[in-house]
Design a protein around this ligand. Sequence first.
Ligand code: XIL
Length: 331
Amino acid sequence: ENSLRALADEAGIKVGVAVNTDLLAGNGKYRNIVNTQFSSVTAENVMKWETLEPAQRVYNWAPAEALIANAEANGQVVRGHTLVWHNQLPTWLTSGNFSPAELRSLLENHVKTVAAHFAGRIQQWDVVNEIFNDDGTFRQTIFSQAYAALGLSAEQYIGDVFRWAHEADPSALLFYNDYNLEFTGPKSNAAYAFVQKLLAAGVPIQGVGFQGHLDTQYGFPDLQNNLQRFADLGLQVALTEVDIRTFVTQKNNGTYTDTPADPAEGAQQVDWWAGTLEACLAVEACTSYTVWGVSDANSWIPGFFTGQGAGLLFDMHNNPKPQCDALREVL
Ligand code: XIL
């Protein structure tokens, strides 16, 4: 057997995919790829706050439950994504005019309720997502601002969240997850310094997730070194959301194809996939490598990056691209 997951098993790592639960239920070809090619799954959306608690104290667990049940039936582990993020928050929360103390207490309730609900069934939780800006400053969100108004620091805020998650689910590995950590720069340096402060304060953080949303326009010259320096702090590291986008040709009706506009960049995409996985395999503490979606037909990329796409392993028809073979060869 030479499925990605069988080869990853031999290499001693999990190979994961972000799953759209509607497609998992409704599209047999999609479901077959998820279940046969991957040994880890992440909820692309259904474990985010707006989906889990669409109205205050009204919980919607069913889509996430269905994903976990499917994973357990197929021998897959689950990455929880994500307890605290500034996006995809429910409107009742963002427009509720809560006081700083109320926001802190809503945050505590959310983290504990969700982590406790799924306790024992999550291998790694993205406890906090995207907490730094690209310039290395700490991102301002309704939660960071509430803590600041209460006279509490960024370390106290993030420390609280990790302690609550650990209390509610002691067996999950707790991660800080972010993008643009792949290369050395103001953001990865700030994250590196911050994580050391958390560790020194005894905060229960066990890992750092590198999202890995890459673009053929920019390089990632020292991914392995960056994984390694966080690993050297005694942490697990993971690639959590890999996709490698490029400019694609458009149809007359304005929709995107999955054909790279520049064939040279198409070839580069394939090499880059191999390079990201090689970097993970070269670092002992990197035991989880997740791609952000199955096919170019359901990737978030065209909706968020104008003119770009073709970022995943399977094409518009859920057929494997050369990117798949590139990963198999590395494994
Ligand atoms: C994206 C999903 O793929 C989209 O379906 C959704 O509309 C927006 O969020 N970083 C993250 C992910 O941590 O949660 C994001 O997922 C992509 C960027």
